[in-house]
Every structure is written in structure tokens, then in C-alpha cells.
Design a protein around this ligand. Sequence first.
Ligand SMILES: C[S@@+](CC[C@H](N)C(=O)[O-])C[C@H]1O[C@@H](n2cnc3c(N)ncnc32)[C@H](O)[C@@H]1O
Length: 361
Amino acid sequence: MTDESLKYPTPDRSPTHETHEADARDLPLEDNTVDFIVTSPPYWQKRDYGFEDQIGQEETPEEYVEVIIETLDEWRRVLTDHGSIFFNIGDTYEKRSLTGIPWKVAEAAREDGWLVRNEIQWVKESGMPDPAKNRLANRHEPIFHFTQNNDYYYDQHGYSHKYGYNGANPSDVWNVGFERNTGGHLAPFPSELVERAVTLGCPPAVCTECGEPRTRELRRTDKLDESRSQAKRAMEIYEQSDLTKEHIRAIQSYGISDAGKAREIQDGTGRNAEEVQELAEEAKEVLGGYFREFTFAKKETSGWSECDCDAPTRPGVMMDPFCGTGTSLDAAANMGFSTVGVDLDPPEEIQMSLGASVQQG
Ligand SMILES: C[S@@+](CC[C@H](N)C(=O)[O-])C[C@H]1O[C@@H](n2cnc3c(N)ncnc32)[C@H](O)[C@@H]1O
């Protein structure tokens, strides 16, 4: 795969960074101004931050879930149509039993109209020691991907190449250890989590007029992922044969039509054009059992989408509405995105590291 696959469009405008002292349920932001949210709310009954409006100290799980849903509703208002949320939430023991908070929240979000696209398992083997003697240490936490519709910005291809999956659909298990923040403390939210989420869901450039994000455009190649021995052998047979790229295209359309999805390459009658069938048959004869390998051929970036507006683009805006120490904002800012941090108590460091000013909200 060429480096082109990881090339991102450069937005015309520079990134902006702002932090707000505000309640996550009542954001001092205009509608449709945030492209992506990564956050971890205060967990239920874990830590008393000492603020009257704080979330997390509700008496029952049900009340907590209700508050989180109210919060998500407010985020829906500020999210653009292509915007989505990566939401990390942990569980709490009540009377020695896990409460099941994460899935109570996910279920309620689903009922409230969100799509729960993924439950990523964040696996953290090297966490704080857990003193319990009659149960195992809790070493994983879910990160839900909530979307408003099925048309959200998502760059699976870029993520797959950046994190070593070589174009295949990456796994929903994230092994990410803790890291120390600038103060020498364990940061609750490692920047790698944010980088992964932002790579998947925050558009690098958005049109300032129509609001459409630039999206990656892909084309199929005749190359396979040769780290798999089956694929390597398939490539060898192909390269030593008289088969052409047209044969590979035919296999790809034939293979997809087997799965009933080949509309764009079929002849309109619901079946493959005769010529395509013939080429596929020829290829099948030469490749035998390796034929199917070519339906998983690598894709490469052919470019990024454009819109008809003659307007500048801006960087995607990532928001953390419970920004705490600001790890997530720093991570997104370092990747070139605009950031919005919100917290009842936004700390000084965020303002210093991002050069942003706290606005009262
Ligand atoms: C960093 S997050 C939680 C991290 C981790 N999930 C945990 O439970 O320890 C917590 C932040 O949320 C903030 N916070 C609490 N209630 C809030 C609210 N209603 N609106 C905005 N921020 C709030 C707190 O000030 C704190 O900085």
C-alpha cells in the first residue's frame, strides 16, 4: 500500500481551541457546530467532584442513566449530521454486585434514537492494583460508539492502516495501557484512545458553506495482503499466470454478486454481464481454490470527496464535554483538529497548552 493511503486533505482554515466553564447538559454552543465527541463522563457513585451541578452522584443507577440521556440529547443539538460520539463508561459495584451501568446507558440511548454501532473493549492490563480477594481485577471498560444515523463520518481505511490492520476491518478490542500526564499522575484517559477514536470519526476537513465533510474515496487494487499465507500463494499464482487486471475485476464483481451486492458492476438484469462471467470462469480455472482471495483485494485511496461550493474548508471540531485535565483535547489538537473543552471546572493546563481562553457559559 502506498503512503497515499494515509494522506489527509489539509483544511484551508487553521484549527481553533476553546474551553468553556459550563454544564455538559447546557452547552454554550450553537447548533450543528461540533463534528465529533470523545469523552468519559463521571462514573456513577465513584468520585465526588464537589460541585452542585455535578453528574455521577445520583442516588440510583436509573437516575444516573436518565441524566446521561439528557446530556446526550444536548450533544445531539450541537453535533453536525455527520457527527458521532465515542463514550467511555465504567461500571460500579453496588452491594458487592456489578450494576451493569454501561449497558443500561447503551440500552437507554438506543431507545432514545441513537445507534449503538460498537462496544469497543478497552483492555488495560496494567491498571492500578485491585485489593479484592474473591473476584478478579476489573481490567476492561466499554467505549460505545453512538451515532445519530447511518451516514456518519468514518474513516475505517485510514484507521486500519495507521494501527497495523493493513486494510482489513480492525478489531473492537483496544489494548491501551495507562500513561502519565504532565503532572506525573496516571491520566484517566490515555491519549492513544483519543487518537484512535478521532482517526475513525473526526473529519480532517469540512466545507464552511455546506458543512459536508471531505470523505476518503477508495479504489480496489489487484494486490492482496501478503501477510496471510493463502493470499501470498494466490498472488504468486496470479503473477505467474496470463491473468490480467480485468480478470481480477471480474472475480471481484463475481464474488460480490455471489453475496448479492454487486449492483454497480452488474448488467442491470440482476446477473453479471456475460463477459464478466467468462473472465471470472477463466480466472477460476487458473486460481482454483485461491480464486476467492481476490475478493479481498486491497483498496487504496484515490482521493478525497469535493463539494460544489467555492468555499474554504475548516478542520473538524472535536469536543470533550467532561474534559477534566484536558488529555483528550491535547491529543486531538496535536493531530491538527479544532477542539472544544467543557467542564464545570476546566483546569488551567488546558488553557496554557492550547492557548485558549476560558469562556463563561
Ligand atoms: C474527567 S471526567 C471523568 C473521568 C472518569 N470517567 C472518572 O469517572 O473518573 C470528570 C470531569 O467531569 C466534570 N463534571 C462533572 N459533572 C459535570 C457536568 N455536569 N458538566 C460538565 N462537567 C462535569 C468534573 O469536573 C471532572 O473534571
